[in-house]
Design a protein around this ligand. Structure first.
Ligand code: SF4
Length: 93
């Protein structure tokens, strides 16, 4: 399994390759663990507006937000959270 390492990003040829790796990682998430499309779009919309977003990664946890948001059992690490685990989903306004 390919695992992106943040310390090697500078050695990656371009952002398109990184985007492909992220897409592959998301596809590896079992269907039953994957966030439904509507919730996924909501999560990413919150990340796009977030002051902690840094070139596709979350400044709070270091995750690539597209991967973190794709796992329904993961939540936003900020306090207060901008989006929640799906099993406790109550979107913060
Ligand atoms: S703190 Fe939450 S909303 Fe902000 S970038 Fe990280 S995961 Fe996204």
């Amino acid at each position: 399994m390919i695992r992106p390492c943040r310390c090697l990003i500078g050695e990656m040829p371009d952002e398109a390759e990184l985007a492909e790796i992220i897409r592959e990682r998301i596809e590896l998430i079992p269907e039953e663990e994957r966030t439904p499309e509507k919730e996924y779009a909501f999560r990413l919309s919150r990340c796009r507006e977030c002051e902690h977003l840094q070139r596709g990664t979350c400044g709070q946890c270091g995750c690539y937000v597209e991967i973190r948001a794709a796992r329904k059992w993961q939540g936003c690490p900020a306090v207060p959270a901008c989006w929640n685990r799906l099993d406790t989903a109550m979107h913060n306004a």
